[in-house]
Design a protein around this ligand. Structure first.
Ligand SMILES: Cc1cc2nc3c(=O)[nH]c(=O)nc-3n(C[C@H](O)[C@H](O)[C@H](O)COP(=O)(O)OP(=O)(O)OC[C@H]3O[C@@H](n4cnc5c(N)ncnc54)[C@H](O)[C@@H]3O)c2cc1C
Length: 464
């Protein structure tokens, strides 16, 4: 375990090298504090847990933390297959604190996002985690986009997004973003940016301080039934290491369906990996972008469209697009896992989706390979942008759940394989199969919801 903790520290320092060098003293203290506390944690020889949470992304860590806050006596561990927390979706996203404009009024997504926004700012303030409320413009460039923009604005109002404004005309847009052009726009002043990896590590620190354990490099291979009646579930790692648990919660992101299938749940919804590739704006232009600039999204897709997003290190990301990844953790075109790819291509849901959106999908792929097309799209918002202002940037992979009819699953999806005799592994393993975007913004609200459901299910509120 000590080795694992040391790896967290190294990773934290590596990932945030730029912040260490560029950031304020307060920020540096925060990073130092995070690393020291994690590295000072004594190694635990515990192998028996009330709850094991699988997945060290923002959803798993926030939920483990929340359960510990609700019942400090619960003995909980988080197991993560990589050598750091926040390694996949959480550490490779746009870093936006969304305000909740897009989502259907009354939906869980809308509620959790707006709640999550307020909780995220409060949490960052309490922990001195740096963020910037840079705001966001959603810009309509054509009259037909203007119509969708108005609908979005109404949605935002119904969702109680704070201080939302509709602004009209070039001059009003330029007052907020001098380089940006458009007919009209929604202005959301409370949209912000933050490093969600840092936030996750801070949740992890809270969890460790509360007495939880974190195992890194613990890739779960299987769940098995043990003879031990008190701890009937064996959580078996690929390395052979075994933890015993009363109950298990999985929050496996890109692998959430496989974890669910491993306890006998259905194959559907399947996770289809969609890579989101970013471009990076050069420093000179980046200085001229004040906040987030988003297009009016295509209502057929759950993705928000290619946008300009400032980052905490001062750079500006352009993207992400959405191309099919050839493996679950396929961050590059050359990352190909043949069996995972065959699994995607043979899934009836994927074939139906591909048939329905063949041209849009192919266009995304062409754009990915031929950057000038992307530049042209971005010039719609910032005409002074040229190909020379841009270099290839990082990428993230979205875990998009898809049902067997080819519908993108846009809501939370929980699953368990209960057996009639109540005596199987499936009766004790609860899966979060889909925690849709903006999962990072909503993480504290999602954690409350999942912890509530899980603790109700297994009556863990008062267990000592
Ligand atoms: C490109 C992109 C941009 C985004 N932009 C934003 C944004 O700006 N704002 C926002 O709020 N949201 C954004 N999102 C969404 C947000 O990042 C996700 O909703 C959130 O990170 C999901 O967290 P998670 O914990 O469910 O998944 P993950 O972060 O993927 O974590 C799952 C973890 O489970 C681990 N795991 C899987 N299988 C096993 C196993 N067998 N054993 C042990 N561990 C396992 C994985 O290694 C991983 O660390 C974006 C997502 C992407 C991909």
């Amino acid at each position: 375990m000590i080795r694992n903790m040391t790896e967290i520290v190294c990773k934290t320092i590596k990932l945030h090298r730029s912040l260490w060098t560029n950031s304020s003293e307060k920020h540096q203290l925060l990073l130092r504090r995070l690393s020291t506390i994690i590295s000072n944690k004594n190694s635990s020889n515990r192998k028996h847990y009330d709850v094991v949470v699988v997945g060290g992304g923002i959803v798993g860590v926030a939920t483990a933390r929340e359960m510990k806050l609700r019942n400090p006596k619960l003995v909980i561990s988080i197991v993560e297959k990589e050598n750091a927390l926040a390694y996949h979706q959480t550490g490779n996203n746009s870093g936006v604190i969304h305000a909740g404009i897009y989502y259907k009024p009354g939906s869980l997504k809308a509620k959790l996002c707006v709640e999550g926004l307020h909780l995220a700012y409060k949490y960052c303030d309490a922990k001195n985690i740096p963020y910037r409320k840079v705001g966001k413009l959603i810009v309509a460039s054509t009259p037909s986009e203007g119509k969708t923009l108005l609908e979005l604005y109404e949605r935002g109002l119904q969702n109680k997004v704070p201080d939302l404004k509709l602004i009209k005309g070039q001059a009003a847009i330029k007052e907020i973003e001098p380089l940006c052009t458009g007919l009209q726009a929604i202005w959301s002043p409370h949209t912000g940016i933050v490093d969600w990896g840092l936030v996750t590590r801070s949740y992890g620190e809270d969890f460790l301080q509360g007495g939880g354990d974190i195992y890194l490099n613990f890739g779960v291979r299987s769940f098995q039934l043990s003879e031990d009646q008190d701890y009937p579930v064996l959580v078996v790692a690929k390395s052979g290491e075994v933890l015993k648990a009363k109950y298990v919660l999985t929050c496996g992101g890109l692998h959430s369906d496989q974890l669910a299938e491993s306890t006998g749940c259905s194959r559907s919804p399947r996770i289809i990996p969609f890579r989101g590739e970013y471009l990076l704006l050069n420093q000179e232009k980046a200085r001229l972008i004040n906040g987030n600039i988003y297009p009016v999204p295509d209502p057929r897709f759950p993705f928000l469209g290619v946008h300009f997003t400032p980052r905490m290190d001062g750079s500006v990301l352009l993207g992400p697009n959405a191309v099919l990844a050839f493996q679950r953790e396929g961050y590059r075109w050359t990352d190909v896992n043949v069996s995972e790819l065959i699994d995607v291509l043979s899934y009836p849901g994927f074939r139906k989706l591909a048939w329905k959106y063949a041209s849009a999908g192919l266009y995304e792929m062409v754009k990915s390979l031929y950057v000038p097309i992307q530049v042209k799209e971005l010039q719609k918002f910032v005409p002074s942008l040229t190909a020379d202002d841009i270099t290839k940037g990082p990428a993230g992979v979205r875990a998009q759940a898809l049902d067997e009819h080819g519908n993108l699953v846009d809501d939370f999806y929980f699953d368990m394989n209960r057996e009639k005799n109540g005596n199987s592994v499936g009766d004790r393993v609860y899966h979060c199969r889909n925690a849709p975007s903006p999962g990072a913004t909503s993480s504290l609200a999602i954690a409350r919801m999942i912890a509530g459901k899980f603790m109700d299910e297994f009556k863990l509120h008062n267990q000592t």
